[in-house]
Design a binder for this molecule. Structure first.
Ligand SMILES: Nc1ccn([C@@H]2O[C@H](COP(=O)(O)O)[C@@H](O)[C@H]2O)c(=O)n1
Length: 324
């Protein structure tokens, strides 16, 4: 594809960090133009409104790292969807596939996955229709897992032996946020204990990370007896889960959001943010690409199609945090 670039000097994006006028790339609706972030020219990138994306990125840069916070889903957003042609496991799948559960339980969990995962991503059902089905899936899976006498001390080894992988570029992503003191809120309907272990084993579980997820509850012998708090599934990742946390109040000066998700349910993750000013939504479209493309383009500012990297996210973060 041939791109042309027409940089125009404008004062529209003047901020306290820049003494010079910023160069803004004007996009003609007729011709594709080069984007300010080189990674946005990747062929995995789709945008309904590239002009709006550029403006949002400039607004985020204007606010700098001081005003920014990142809110992200975990499974299939920070972790990979595919690796070497194989589908990667979710936090639940890591347990489902492990040797700490019985053959019979594994089969039942696989059957549940085969029934409910297609419903979770079904483009023809509304969120209202999916909601009770997701509660059903998570509840049945939790009941099965609690029958297995899963030991807390075995989780680290299970994660080590699993094929879970963070997206390419994860080291840059986690380190850049930590080094710039930007809070990362991971809001996951997976299993908190497992996702923490994945990030810890990758060496990037930095203190700027806060996780809200389904955490396992263990008895005094370290055996799984239940799950703590309100059940979190794909379609209730919103204020109904967050209302007791003070997290967003404590960082209320961070009014610029970078939101990362892989389902339409992830779009409500920023509901609890106090004083929201600008939000840039990036959606990883991993599965059912043709069927879901339109809905993703309507809801996410940037859609990344079968992109197993964090290149675009890192490119945007570099741009926002680069010192002038
Ligand atoms: N028993 C289950 C229940 C859910 N899943 C998948 O885990 C994902 C977790 O959600 P994130 O918020 O971290 O994306 C969810 O999308 C389900 O597909 C599962 O594998 N097994």
């Amino acid at each position: 594809m041939c791109f042309t670039i027409r940089p125009v000097l404008t004062s529209a994006f003047k901020g306290k960090r820049s003494t010079d006028l910023l160069i803004r790339t004007i996009i003609s609706p007729l011709k594709p133009r080069k984007m300010i972030i080189p990674e946005l020219n990747k062929d995995t990138v789709r945008m309904k409104d590239p002009q709006k994306v550029q403006e949002l990125i400039m607004a985020l840069q204007n606010g700098s790292d001081k005003k920014l916070q990142v809110i992200s889903d975990f499974d299939m957003t920070l972790s990979r969807f595919r690796y070497n042609g194989e589908k990667c496991p979710t936090c639940y799948n890591i347990i489902d596939n492990s040797k700490i559960i019985s053959e019979d339980c594994r089969k039942k969990l696989k059957d549940l996955y085969n029934i409910y995962y297609p419903l979770e991503i079904d483009p023809h059902r509304t969120v209202e229709e999916k909601y009770p089905l997701m509660v059903e899936w998570w509840s049945k899976a939790h009941t099965l897992l609690c029958e297995q006498r899963i030991e807390k001390q075995k989780l680290a080894q299970i994660v080590q032996e699993a094929q879970a992988r963070l997206r390419e570029g994860f080291q840059n992503f986690f380190d850049a946020l930590y080094n710039s003191d930007i809070p990362l809120f991971i809001f996951s309907a997976g299993i908190g204990d497992v996702l923490e272990e994945i990030i810890r084993q990758a060496g990037v579980f930095h203190p700027n990370i806060k996780v809200v997820s389904n955490y396992m509850d263990f008895n005094d012998e370290g055996v799984l007896t239940g799950f703590k708090g309100k059940l979190i599934h794909t379609y209730n990742k919103n204020n109904s889960v967050l209302k007791d946390t003070q997290y967003f109040q404590q960082i209320s000066h961070r009014s610029n959001i970078l939101l990362l998700g892989d389902t339409l349910g992830d779009l409500t993750m920023a509901e609890g943010v106090a004083n929201l000013e600008n939000i840039l939504r990036i959606g990883f479209l991993n599965d059912k690409v043709e069927e879901l493309m339109d809905q993703f383009l309507q809801s996410y500012d940037i859609v990344l199609v079968r992109d197993e990297t964090l290149d675009v996210v890192n490119g945007i973060l570099n741009f926002i945090t680069a010192k002038n």
